[in-house]
Design a protein around this ligand. Structure first.
Ligand SMILES: Cc1cc2nc3c(=O)[nH]c(=O)nc-3n(C[C@H](O)[C@H](O)[C@H](O)COP(=O)(O)O)c2cc1C
Length: 464
């Protein structure tokens, strides 16, 4: 299979993409204090822009200004405070040096019950649709997660972790004893990790609070386009706040935001509708959704298809696929292999009446090209593979397949994030150190030309 299909242009709204290869949204945890972008954030994206990605989808950016909103974690923010605007526009200025590269911001109203604890907000429970805590079923871990739990466990307790197969096959009684043991060990030794697996109990948001978030979202989306973002994606997958409204597992409300699917989808549909109104008719406005929650009693693929249809009517003009939630981390975000998500793409295509669809989870150009050639998806995105090799698109274009450094699905990137470390990678020694190696990315012909001209003039200056 030729990789040529990956390099065909495609349009979404008023945005022309030079190829079908997107960088999947990934939070690498490089954000500085208060959620400002750091120089490393800019360098991290710039290296991928230099590597040939046609579309860079940013890590999830939070617009929720409340103390429970999500800024306590390592994501950047886009709050109405204009100091945030400066960092976003500085980053965009650098990224737009790269010919034809488009940048899509992933914007979120927050984490809800999947929020992480913070020293300053322990007395301030996260707002969610209902006061129901999340909990990861560790029987649903996969190889990558298991490996990392083993790596992170202090030596004196590492031996208590059974092998993956034993955990996966535990019956309810065995699991309940194991769960208790893990809980005690984590709370004592790794409290950060404990809250990722056993979430805190949130509080139910009031209706005025929900409407305020919808309105603020639309206002910040408009600001994002004014700052220079080319596209915007609403963050609605993975069990985070919007997903919590969609899912009957986490939404037990009895008002207009709970109960029927139409009510559970209201928060998302209002966000899409209000945003479309705020940004005008032609801007690329997408929604990222889990194709299926993959949990008992969670939102199903058939229901998601209906939500996709409503989002389309409300003004969305592309979709980005994911799956699962924190409660099922093996399926969500980090499958051990590749091409596990394309199965949802036909449902999204049909429900959106043919809108462009983005699908992640690839390693090999051949598999990625086949997903597009099959007509199931239009754009492929690389998450962990873009960490392992920022230059994947250029290498795929030049047929240098053997030079591609492949992601080994070890899970290190994720666990670095979960344990509040600077994200690194087992196979790419530059990941997390991009700002120290500008020779790998700060070399666009246009910029070099400008610098050369400037230097020529500077050389004529008199000595002081
Ligand atoms: C370190 C890390 C951070 C992530 N952060 C986000 C995020 O901010 N928003 C999001 O929608 N998905 C996030 N994801 C999920 C990815 O976008 C992607 O769906 C997932 O990694 C599966 O694709 P892959 O197999 O190509 O890596 C993250 C994944 C990783 C590995």
């Amino acid at each position: 299979m030729s990789a040529n299909v990956l390099f065909e242009p495609i349009a979404i709204g008023d945005m022309e993409l030079k190829n079908r290869i997107a960088m999947a949204p990934m939070n690498p945890g490089y954000t500085g204090p208060f959620g400002y972008h750091s120089d490393q954030s800019t360098a991290w994206y710039a290296m991928r822009a230099r590597g040939g990605f046609g579309l860079i989808i940013t890590e999830c950016v939070v617009m929720n200004p409340h103390r429970w909103g999500g800024q306590e974690s390592l994501n950047p923010s886009l709050l109405t405070d204009e100091r945030y605007y400066r960092f976003h526009s500085e980053m965009l200025d650098v990224l737009h040096h790269y010919k034809g590269v488009k940048v899509c911001i992933q914007l979120s109203p927050g984490w809800g019950r999947q929020g992480h604890p913070h020293a300053e907000s322990r007395d301030c429970p996260a707002g969610a649709p209902s006061a129901i805590p999340m909990e990861t079923d560790m029987r649903l871990l996969n190889k990558g997660w298991h490996k990392q739990l083993k790596r992170l466990a202090p030596p004196e307790i590492g031996h208590l972790l059974p092998d993956l197969e034993t955990i996966q096959n535990m019956n309810d009684e065995e699991y309940s004893a194991f769960r208790m043991l893990v809980y005690e060990v984590l709370v004592k030794n790794m409290p950060d990790m404990a809250h990722v697996i056993f979430g805190d109990t949130p509080r139910a948001l009031s209706i005025p609070e929900i409407i305020d978030l919808e309105d603020r979202f639309a206002a910040q989306a408009r600001a994002a386009f004014l700052l220079g973002y080319d596209a915007l994606e609403v963050h609605a997958p993975h069990g985070y706040l919007i997903h919590q409204f969609l899912s009957p597992r986490s939404n037990h409300r009895h008002d207009q935001y709970g109960g029927s699917l139409e009510n559970r989808a209201r928060f998302l549909i209002n966000i899409v509708g209000k945003t479309r109104e705020a940004v005008g008719p032609n801007k690329p406005l997408g929604v990222r959704l889990s194709g299926d929650e993959l949990m008992p009693g969670g939102i199903t693929h058939d229901e998601i298809k209906q939500v996709v249809a409503w989002c389309t009517d409300a003004g969305a003009n592309f979709f980005d696929i994911s799956q699962g939630s924190y409660e099922n981390p093996g399926a969500a975000f980090a499958p051990d292999g590749e091409d596990d998500y394309t199965r949802w793409a036909p449902g999204f295509k049909e429900a959106s009446k043919g809108l462009p669809i983005i699908t992640p989870n690839f390693i090999n150009p051949e598999t990625a090209a086949a997903a597009i050639s099959s007509g199931k998806t239009d754009i492929i995105s690389l998450g962990r593979q873009s960490i392992a090799d920022p230059f994947w698109p250029v290498k795929a274009k030049e047929g240098r397949i053997k030079d591609i450094v492949k992601c080994v699905r070890c899970g290190k990137c994720y666990s670095d994030l979960m344990t509040a470390h600077w994200l690194g990678c087992t196979v790419n020694p530059l990941a997390g150190k991009e700002k120290l190696y500008p020779e790998f990315w700060l070399d666009t012909p246009e910029l070099q030309n400008k610098v050369a001209k400037f230097m020529k003039r500077a050389h004529g200056l008199p000595q002081i």
